[in-house]
Ligand binder design. Structure first.
Ligand code: CP
Ligand code: NVA
Length: 321
């Protein structure tokens, strides 16, 4: 069945944004198109108050630079406002339930963005809230980041379908999981190379594998970074030590030896490969400074695109008509 942009836009209204897998390929493409439109308006300084008078509550149980600033600035540019709520200062941090928090916030605001640990907490919040809930990162998923990543890749390559990408590093992390879901949805090959014991979640991988097959692409897992990078258009990595993993620092730095994205590794990719990293980066650990600060790196375009991607998500979910 062919759906029009109008029907797709209608289907997005009032929805939650919890994982990439929740969205059809048409919906993701519409979000990407809206993000490009938002970017054009922003660059031309054309006012676009689509969310005039609306408010977004932003709950943070983990640190953030990009996510916090881009959602806050995004709401402002859309004519609305955002509230930064640190869980340390909320009653949530003193044991108030997520259900009560969801019900109360829904009486005050038009949308809730949350960054937390267990993905299930966000699912619970979304079930109890009567306004859209946006996942600003959990241990398992980072779907707002991956929308920005897809936008960035599209801008530089002019396409997503048919590209060959790899993710080198911690496969059992939010970025690897959302990238698997994103690549499978848009028809991009993705190979995840991780040390033993750090492979992606099996359920997420299997679902992505099935969706990739439907969309004519392929997702795979290997222990060999060399194999994963071979002939790639896109190389992606992320920290070896995600938020919440701090007490495993010594073990992880040991286990991830050999998985650094450096000049020797990237020599196996296509000569015009692009490098992405959601940031914050640790030069000398998951990536060599020569790569992340080199000519193939598009990490700051990627960071900027958080703003435009988030504005697209906010507009599509929260706009009244
Ligand atoms: N990439 C990302 O989510 O950055 P922050 O942790 O700074 O929000
Ligand atoms: N995987 C990282 C992403 C940070 C934006 C983390 O969860 O800390």
């Amino acid at each position: 069945m062919v759906t029009t942009d109008r029907e797709t836009a209608f289907a997005l209204k009032g929805r939650d944004y919890l994982t990439i897998a929740d969205f059809t390929t048409d919906e993701l493409h519409l979000l990407l198109k809206q993000a490009a439109d938002m970017k054009a308006l922003t660059k031309k300084h054309i006012p676009h108050p689509y969310l005039s008078g609306k408010t977004l509550a932003m709950i943070f149980e983990k640190s953030s630079t990009r996510t916090r600033v881009s959602f806050e600035v995004g709401m402002y540019q859309l004519g609305g406002s955002a509230l930064f709520l640190s869980s340390r200062d909320m009653q949530l941090g003193r044991g108030e339930t997520i259900a009560d928090t969801a019900k109360v916030l829904s009486r005050f605001v038009d949308g809730i963005m949350i960054r937390t640990f267990e993905h299930q907490k966000v699912v619970g919040l979304a079930e109890q809230a009567s306004v859209p809930v946006i996942n600003g990162l959990t241990d398992e998923h980072h779907p707002t980041q991956v929308l920005a990543d897809l936008l960035t890749i599209y801008e530089h390559e002019g396409r997503l379908k048919g590209l060959k990408a790899c993710f080198i590093g911690d496969g059992y992390n939010n970025m690897a999981h959302s990238l698997l879901e994103g690549a499978a949805a848009v028809g991009m090959d993705l190979t995840v190379a991780s040390p033993e014991g750090y492979e992606p979640d099996q359920k997420i991988f299997k679902a992505a594998e099935a969706r990739a097959e439907e969309n004519g692409c392929h997702v795979a897992v290997t222990h060999s970074p060399q194999e994963a990078v071979e002939g790639c258009d896109i190389i992606i990595t992320d920290t070896w030590l995600s938020m919440g993993d701090e007490n495993e620092q010594e073990k992880r730095l040991h286990d991830f030896q050999g998985y650094q994205v450096n000049d020797t590794l990237v020599a196996r990719a296509k000569p015009d490969y692009l490098f992405l990293h959601c940031l914050p980066a640790h030069r000398g650990e998951e990536v060599a400074a020569s790569v992340i600060d080199g000519p193939h790196s598009i990490v700051f375009d990627e960071a900027e695109n958080r703003l435009h991607a988030h504005k697209a998500i906010l507009k599509c979910l929260l706009e009244s008509n």
